[in-house]
Write a protein that binds this ligand. Structure first.
Ligand code: SF4
Ligand code: SF4
Length: 107
């Protein structure tokens, strides 16, 4: 199993999650974070830390977010590790909860 970052992280990217991950398995892209499924140890610590409620265990992934399993796997190979929290985008709160953000994911 692994944990998965889903659509609501796009353009929010609060990064609260990275501070608690014991194995530094978050990777950062331009406007989204992903979890490396090969490194995640299923510790569950990140899920309650996400203000955007964007992190799910693979087993609890909502049906309409299923494509993010593959997106996390693929982009974690391409993006660098982020291990420390940083300031979110200025307009992060404006995007929290918006639907249809998948098309805005920058790779
Ligand atoms: S805390 Fe949530 S919204 Fe912020 S970067 Fe992590 S997964 Fe994305
Ligand atoms: S479940 Fe644990 S190991 Fe996996 S990404 Fe979250 S904090 Fe990291």
């Amino acid at each position: 199993m692994t944990f998965v970052v889903t659509e609501n992280c796009i353009k929010c990217k609060y990064t609260d999650c990275v501070d608690v991950c014991p194995v530094d398995c978050f990777h950062e892209g331009p406007n989204f974070l992903v979890i490396d499924p090969e490194e995640c140890i299923d510790c569950t610590l990140c899920e309650p830390e996400c203000p955007a409620e964007a992190i799910f265990s693979e087993d609890d992934l909502p049906e309409n977010q299923s494509e993010f399993l593959q997106i996390n796997e693929e982009l974690s190979l391409a993006w660098p590790v982020i291990a420390e929290k940083k300031e979110p985008p200025e307009d992060a709160a404006d995007w929290d909860g918006k639907t249809g953000k998948t098309s805005l994911l920058e790779r």
